[in-house]
Design a protein around this ligand. Structure first.
Ligand code: F6P
Length: 329
């Protein structure tokens, strides 16, 4: 859908926060300032749009945030925006304030809301993928993913120190509601013995077999990385108990990394990616694009229809699965 001239853009962050969101806000605001477009920062995601909670941002409003985790605009998962009444209220605010377009920084839930809003009220929406899970189709990297990988590897390295000292087997649960990207990459990066991801159900027998083998091969301590959304049928504590019962030679501990994975200063990669995505989002709106998501594919900025970004599945790299198997030899 081609839009008319864009004079005012509103930017918001929605869903789970991710490192790099602030850098993306900064980029949208500065790209607007560069192109003489008014920019509005909406607080608390779609809920803030419904409640009219926003401020006019100029280039100086986003000083000193490129290096900060979290989101200056705050984030929320708005239940009200899921209803037509809620979206109608948001549209009234958009109309009253002469907002011509929206840039939504978030994950698939946030894009679904944006897509429906554009369909119902004709307000152009562009998405910037921000989630540590990297589970969005149409981009090789979402904002925050690279930072989260580095955070997790750093922590598992520390867990390894204590695992070695006590000759223990650690189950480390990492985030990833439906996707194993964090688990697979950090598992390889931190030298895990096994990696359990939702995309591949290795089964309990194979897990026991593999741990038995590694003990026989002379490994005294081990790390198993488990994605939060793993489908093996037991949560990480039940899994640990099951292994300890069946392999009494192992002394098992569990570490659930949790929300610390979403915090911290963004990596250089995420800062650069966010800066590129913000510029691309604003300039695409100026060119009349809408209902698309900005992404990075083969190093280039791309646009993918929101409908595809939401429905398509980001695929697990099967080469990585093979590499991880070879590395546990
Ligand atoms: O989607 C990002 C994510 O961090 C998932 O990995 C995790 O399952 C979920 O958000 C946690 O959500 P909340 O912060 O609402 O508990």
């Amino acid at each position: 859908m081609k839009s008319s001239k864009i004079n005012k853009i509103a930017v918001l962050t929605s869903g789970g926060d991710a490192p790099g969101m602030n850098a993306a806000i900064r980029s949208v605001v500065r790209a607007c300032a560069f192109h003489k477009i008014e920019c509005i920062g909406v607080y608390k995601g779609y809920q803030g749009l419904i409640e009219g909670e926003f401020k006019i941002f100029n280039a100086r409003s986003v000083n000193n945030i490129i290096n900060k985790g979290g989101t200056k605009l705050k984030s929320a998962r708005s239940k009200e925006f899921r209803t037509l009444e809620g979206r109608q209220k948001a549209f009234e605010i958009v109309k009253e304030n002469s907002i011509d377009a929206l840039v939504v920084i978030g994950g698939d839930g946030s894009f679904t809301g944006g897509m429906i809003f554009q369909k119902e009220f004709g307000i152009p929406v562009i998405g910037i993928p921000g989630t540590i899970d990297n589970d969005i189709f149409g981009t090789s990297h979402t904002l925050g993913y690279d930072t989260a990988l580095n955070t997790v590897v750093e922590v598992i390295d520390k867990i390894r120190d204590t695992a070695i000292s006590h000759s223990r087997l650690f189950f480390v649960e990492v985030m990833g509601r439906d996707a194993g990207h964090i688990a697979l990459n950090t598992g390889i990066g931190a030298g895990a013995e096994e990696i359990l991801i939702p995309e591949e159900d290795m089964g309990l027998d194979r897990l026991l077999e593999s741990l038995k083998k590694s003990k026989i091969s002379g490994k005294a301590s081990s790390i198993v990385v488990v994605a939060e959304g793993d489908k093996i049928g037991k949560n990480v504590f039940e899994l640990a108990e099951y292994v300890e019962t069946n392999l009494p030679d192992y002394e098992v501990r569990v570490s659930v990394l949790g929300h610390m994975q979403r915090g911290g200063a963004p990596s250089c990669f995420d800062r650069v990616l966010a800066s590129r995505m913000g510029v691309k989002a604003v300039e695409s709106l100026m060119e009349g694009e809408s209902s698309v998501m900005v992404g990075i594919q083969n190093g280039q900025m791309t646009l993918t229809p929101l409908s595809k970004a939401i429905k398509g599945k980001s695929k697990i790299n099967t080469e990585l699965i093979r590499v991880s198997e070879i590395m546990t030899t």
